[in-house]
Write a protein that binds this ligand. Sequence first.
Ligand SMILES: Cc1cc2nc3c(=O)[nH]c(=O)nc-3n(C[C@H](O)[C@H](O)[C@H](O)COP(=O)(O)OP(=O)(O)OC[C@H]3O[C@@H](n4cnc5c(N)ncnc54)[C@H](O)[C@@H]3O)c2cc1C
Length: 452
Amino acid sequence: MKRIEFLKTSSLVLVGGIASPFLSCSPKKPQMEEIQAEIRKNWAGNYTYQAKNLYEPTSVEEIQDLVKKLGKQKALGSKHCFNNIADSPENQISTRNLNKVLNIDEEQKTVTVEAGARYGDFAEELDARGFALANLASLPHITVAGACATATHGSGVKNGNLATQVISIELVTPSGELATIDRSHKDFPAVVVGLGAFGIITKVTLAIEDTFQVKQHVFLNLSLDALEANFDTIMSSGYSVSLFTDWTNKNISEIWIKSRIDENPADLGSDFYGAKAATENIHPILGLSAENCSEQMGVPGPWYNRLPHFKMGFTPSAGEELQSEFFIPRENAVAGIMAIEKLNNEISPQLLITEVRTIAADNFWMSPCYQQDSVSIHFTWKQKTEEVLSLLPKIEAALAPFSVKPHWGKLFELDPTTLHQRYEKFPDFLALAKKYDPNGKFRNAYLDLNIY
Ligand SMILES: Cc1cc2nc3c(=O)[nH]c(=O)nc-3n(C[C@H](O)[C@H](O)[C@H](O)COP(=O)(O)OP(=O)(O)OC[C@H]3O[C@@H](n4cnc5c(N)ncnc54)[C@H](O)[C@@H]3O)c2cc1C
């Protein structure tokens, strides 16, 4: 099924209501209405899962039994992807009940969590024990396994994506066996950013470091000319830097600079390359309340309260939205931004906001940043599926000279052949996915289209 078709079909089901039966392994079965409202759609509500059955196991053993006895199946995390990557023609296995911290090893500096733990579930505990994760995504509401499976990232010229924090994973393979794959295992670079193709991850061990404090400054209205002349310096001016623009007036509307206190950053002052320091907390989308945003105005706070843009207890971002994101080599950042700027008249009417971030190179075969320092150009769209899907090929064409790669968990239209050519290790990934899952238990329409 082509991408545009799956999204159209999905919205039709949404309008018509859902009558699919579903099963649960949890001892206390939640109300049907609750489950249908909360679970059968993805977070953004733009995609309705087609899997007939949903299971919510409460132990690794239950997952092993399910994996062994079920046919087609897929792990389901916190449902924050915008496409059908987490769907299955038959069964979804949610990890929502597997969300505990299993161990904090102070000597080895690692934390082991169950795969369904969301970063926000354990960040505070980690901090209280004196530790931190090196980086987080824009929101703390996503599961560790789901985030790593799609190469989810934050920002920072020296920060790799969140999968680079992984030390080892425990995986249930199609036969129901448990496998532990750590950094010394030859399959590690394939399986961690594995797009759900290898099995159900049950535990993840992450590298931690001593806790640190971060302060966040926001500057308003940077001209594209100033960005063009100073891109590298601007993106290196903090531990994690994000640019926001709606592509109108050749202007970056906001620069968010997150600085570690222990790195003793220079005072950024009130004028930053012509942009002016904000005088109150603001939302990335100007005009929206900053109530759900992490604290700004240079007030120091723990890493987990500053690195994400949104607080754990609040709805992140705009809610009713779509997202796409494209990665190009960092050395082409300015050229890529200028290429997109030429489409501003078509993009702006459909857009809520664009965010530009940097991500350091890593070694995961299916990471868009595989062995390449990268910049990502992200689009939070209004929830107008047809308009957005028809714009994506134009954006992908504008960035084609830079061998653009899309975010696996967001909307894209790039044809599979081109996609494969842009991943040097794609043939190895495909061969390994077939070896791990010879009967295609974990295959779904997304993998069939984009990988197999
Ligand atoms: C508001 C919002 C903000 C976002 N911000 C960012 C951002 O800052 N940076 C960024 O890069 N992305 C961002 N994203 C995208 C999002 O983080 C990713 O797409 C991520 O994969 C979502 O994780 P999840 O737990 O919801 O996974 P799901 O959508 O539930 O699943 C994603 C994939 O992971 C697989 N998976 C999940 N759990 C397991 C498991 N236990 N074992 C094996 N496979 C598993 C699923 O099968 C599926 O293939 C954002 C999304 C939203 C909605």
